[in-house]
Write a protein that binds this ligand. Sequence first.
Ligand code: FES
Length: 513
Amino acid sequence: MNSKQHPPTRLPEFPNSLWRSTHTFPTFPTLEEDATADVAIIGAGIAGITTAYLLAQSGLSVIVLEAGKVLDGTTGHTTAKVTAQHGVVYNELLQHFGHEQARMYYDGNTEAIRWMRALVQEKQIDCQWAEEDAYVYIQSEDNLKKMEFELTAYDKLGISGDWVSSLPVSVQSRAGIRMPGQARFDPLAYLHYLLDEAVQNGVRFYEKTTATDVEEDASLHVRTYSGSSVTAQHIVVASHFPVYDPGFYFTRLHAERSYAIAVEPGKPYPGGMYISDDEPRRSLRAVMHEGKELIVFGGENHKTGQGICTFGHYENLERFAEDTFGIVSIPFRWSAQDLVSIDKVPYIGPITGRHERVYVATGFAKWGMTTGTMAGHILADRITGRDNPHAAIFDPARFKADPGLKNIVVENANVAKELISGKVGLTHATADQLGTDEGSVVRHQGKRAGAYKDHSGKLFLVDTTCTHLGCEVEWNEGERTWDCPCHGSRFDYTGKVIEGPATQDLPALETPQ
Ligand code: FES
């Protein structure tokens, strides 16, 4: 039915993030009793951990709740570029937000890089920090004007960058813009340091503790799935998709998946970090692993649940790697899920105008290394009563009619289409047609169901109606997960939630004897 039609060539059979595979972290207990702190943070990715680290340094008591394991979400599956060059964005920012706020976006990200670099140097964090030039490039003549406008925006905003008509790497390109003085690193080595320091400074981390709701009286309370709660004066929702959503973020964010492979190349890498702005999306950077230089090739972005057969995305990257640098081996492949806001600028600040002490940090698109760090600073400053000069453009309460309104309609129309399309048309496939290690939507007792048969032939059947708002999940054969096309919830093949906004598992269905 699926994966057998795409035999992996040199790709690993199972996804394995380079970063997650090469680090181990302490384990933390599950929260089983009610607890109290000055600040409760939901989510232990780069935004949550940076916020906790900074608040603990200010002397506040902090509790961090993580639904899974620390650093196992998007932060553990990034390409880890530390840059203020977020594709081609500055002309659009200038048009929609004006000079002052477009410059604020650049300054906030650049300040995040400066802070990270200074910390790495001062604390001698062994995280492969390397200064690199970043390049955004186009492959098609049709996009030349867009690139010229972008460079003009750099000039107007005083951003350092220059035009290149060819790239240092042997990748087909028409033109590009180089931004000097950016960096790459091993994100989990860096965050391991922040995590350890936060723990040393008294931050209490809890894993496998799913926050389900926030309630407000004289204090604030985070409720968890198991019934325990945290009472706090401030709450930071840094759970990727906000698990607590009084601001209808599900109408203002969409989820995108992208893919990465780490390749031992046949040719040496000339340095630099690259990303294409046109299709097919491609991203390149180098990384050292066990004394050898690997290249991380990324790209193939698509909305969650709407890709071609997912293994095909890895194969496309494999072909690109073969054509550009040659392949000796491919030790790692992994995918990531990113959330993108309507105007492509993250939401960092009070979760709504009515919730002054509940904050959100989300919508980092592919650039969470700088924007997640910046979120930590903006939120820690806000909680401790300090002004932050970069906060205004990221305030979730901002309202920009163009292009936001148009995109709200498009996003919601898209979600409505997914809600409907999942419900109509029932497949004729049945679970007994599955081979081992295959999954598919099937017909079970006259209804739509999700089926996966593992290597030993054991069958797992789940209800495919997403427990968030009722869209129908689709099978992701590359990761062996059920993915929701509406807001990006993901479930393992047994139905267990691995990524929200859903907080409840897909119900398991009884398997035929
Ligand atoms: Fe919202 Fe599935 S994630 S309906």
